[in-house]
Design a protein around this ligand. Sequence first.
Ligand code: MN
Length: 131
Amino acid sequence: MATGLRPMSKQIKILIVEDNPVNLELFSDILSLTDYQYLTATSGEEAIEIALRELPNIILLDIQLPSMDGITVAKILREKEQTRGCKIIALTAHAMKGDRENFIKLGFDGYISKPIVVKDFLREIASYASE
Ligand code: MN
């Protein structure tokens, strides 16, 4: 076996986009305990700027953001060549029936409802990280 081979998760970069400081701290704290690299943004405009610069593998994108909402951010990222292939996961408190299908139609790869369950949150991220 080759030594020094890094586990797959080391190469995964996640951008968390969340305007609620309590949620942002929670998501950051959880990811800081993993091997994932993570970055944070608190607005849609900042998310687009960071995503284009850092090219994250996964973007956890809050839907309800000040000024530019998450749906608009996802649409813009899908139109850009550099970020077209990012996995974009919607984060929303509105856990309504049919939401997942609606988010997929809007260009998201998946959906995580808040409040999160830590184990499920990590399992969901792992499923996108392994693709
Ligand atoms: Mn929000």
